[in-house]
Ligand binder design. Structure first.
Ligand code: ATP
Length: 392
């Protein structure tokens, strides 16, 4: 079966003696499902640092070591990578905290995983599938099942992961898993996660093609309201998300799908600093929903509309269009957003205007008139500039 992993042959050659290594987790899951193009995740009982370095040398790539404990990523041929991980045992000192990690066996490593369908390994060079938790049966039944009752208490990020796999694979949590997810959500455990951990999960969940399905499932499990900041998932969000996808493609808008999806879940005025996004992402996620509402409600002239649309562009005007189709907003995307003045500060200096704040003010006024359709071409702009300078 492993011959179906396109990169493995080369990696095996580079390894020389691959014994003691296992292909694990999502790689095995996807192999068994016949899904192509998965990453290669390898686990070894014992340290991985030296092996990662040797492997990188032989593949002509480089190894980056991560974290406190035995994790390396080998990158080669520019865009290929494989994860090399030391088999570990994990214990959780308290709910939603990071685990204490110790070296372990491959069986320990499978037992620490999120779901049975990911708790699978194949020993190299090519052995029988290790399946101590009956993951293959759950693959056959399209079921997402946690490994023990306390799994979501240990790590509530697994609730997001469960939804992500449900949507992506078309699977479903088994009734006990779903009940325990609801109980963990009800008990407020999601709020105990650090902001960056929640952000990572939301970005992964909302960045997948099946994000709409996940949003509905979040609403059903009330996971949306359990997050800090509280989100509002539901049919409205899903409809907007669908329109956003179409509009983003139509106008070739450069905004990550996860961010647009998140903006459909955030109420106008909601602060999201808890998620520790980059400054720009935070500004857009906090600003776009409110500006979109104003864009939808307002009867705005060209310059005013351009001003408001530009403040949190491209997200706010796109979200506004997703809420309500509007010729003025379409005009912004098709025309106004590309409008540039033909005159510059140098032209104003040539007309005798000294350097200073008036330069910016006059350029701003010229731009406003141009957006309102009052100026057509460089000569008209120069004429208007002369008038404005004379008035000063
Ligand atoms: P993807 O296809 O999204 O990359 P993946 O299954 O490879 O999915 P990763 O997030 O790359 O998922 O994680 C790799 C493996 O690590 C998973 O298959 C899973 O077994 C394990 N894992 C990841 N996160 C957790 C977690 N929070 N708890 C337990 N196991 C986890």
């Amino acid at each position: 079966m492993l011959e179906r992993l396109p990169e493995l042959g080369r990696v095996l050659d580079a390894l020389g003696d691959p014994r003691g290594l296992h292909v694990v987790g999502g790689t095995v899951r996807d192999l068994l499902l016949g899904n192509p193009g998965t990453d290669l995740d390898l686990v070894r009982e014992g340290p991985v640092e030296d092996l990662a370095g040797e492997l990188a040398d032989r593949l002509g790539g480089r190894a980056v070591l991560h974290g406190r404990f035995g994790t390396a990523v080998v990158t080669y041929d520019n865009d290929k990578h494989l994860d090399l991980i030391q088999a570990r045992r994990e214990t959780y000192p308290e709910p939603a905290a990071l685990p204490v990690v110790e070296p372990g066996t491959i069986h320990d490593d499978l037992a620490r995983r999120d779901f049975t369908v990911n708790a699978l390994a194949i020993p190299l060079p090519d052995g029988e599938v290790l399946d101590p938790l009956d993951g293959r049966a759950d693959l056959g039944q399209q079921t997402i099942r946690i490994l023990h009752e306390g799994s979501f208490l240990d790590d509530p990020t697994r609730i997001f992961r469960a939804i992500r796999y449900e949507s992506r694979l078309g699977f479903r949590m088994d009734p006990d898993t779903e009940r325990l997810a609801r109980e963990a959500i009800e008990a407020g455990l999601v709020r105990r996660l650090s902001g960056p951990r929640v952000r990572e999960e939301l970005v992964a969940l909302l960045g997948e093609p099946e994000a709409a399905t996940s949003i509905l499932r979040m609403a059903e499990l009330r996971l949306d309201q359990a997050v800090d900041p509280p989100l509002r998932a539901g049919l409205n969000a899903v409809q907007r998300l669908k329109r956003l996808g179409e509009l983003a493609a139509e106008y070739e808008v450069d905004a990550p799908p996860w961010r647009l999806a998140l903006e459909t879940l955030v109420e106008p005025g909601q602060r999201v600093e808890a998620l520790a996004l980059t400054k720009r992402d935070q500004q857009l996620v906090e600003g776009a929903p409110g500006d979109a509402r104003k864009l939808v409600e307002g009867e705005l002239g060209g310059a005013e509309l351009a001003d408001l649309a530009g403040r949190h562009a491209p997200d706010a005007p796109l979200l506004a269009l997703a809420i309500q189709d509007d010729p003025a907003l379409r005009d912004w995307f098709e025309r106004l957003r590309h409008v540039r003045l033909d005159v510059t500060g140098d032209d104003l200096a040539g007309l005798g205007l000294p350097e200073g704040p008036r330069v910016g003010e006059i350029l701003g006024e010229l731009r406003r008139r141009k957006l309102n359709g009052e100026l057509d071409g460089r000569e008209a702009e120069l004429d208007a500039a002369r008038g404005l300078i004379a008035d000063a």
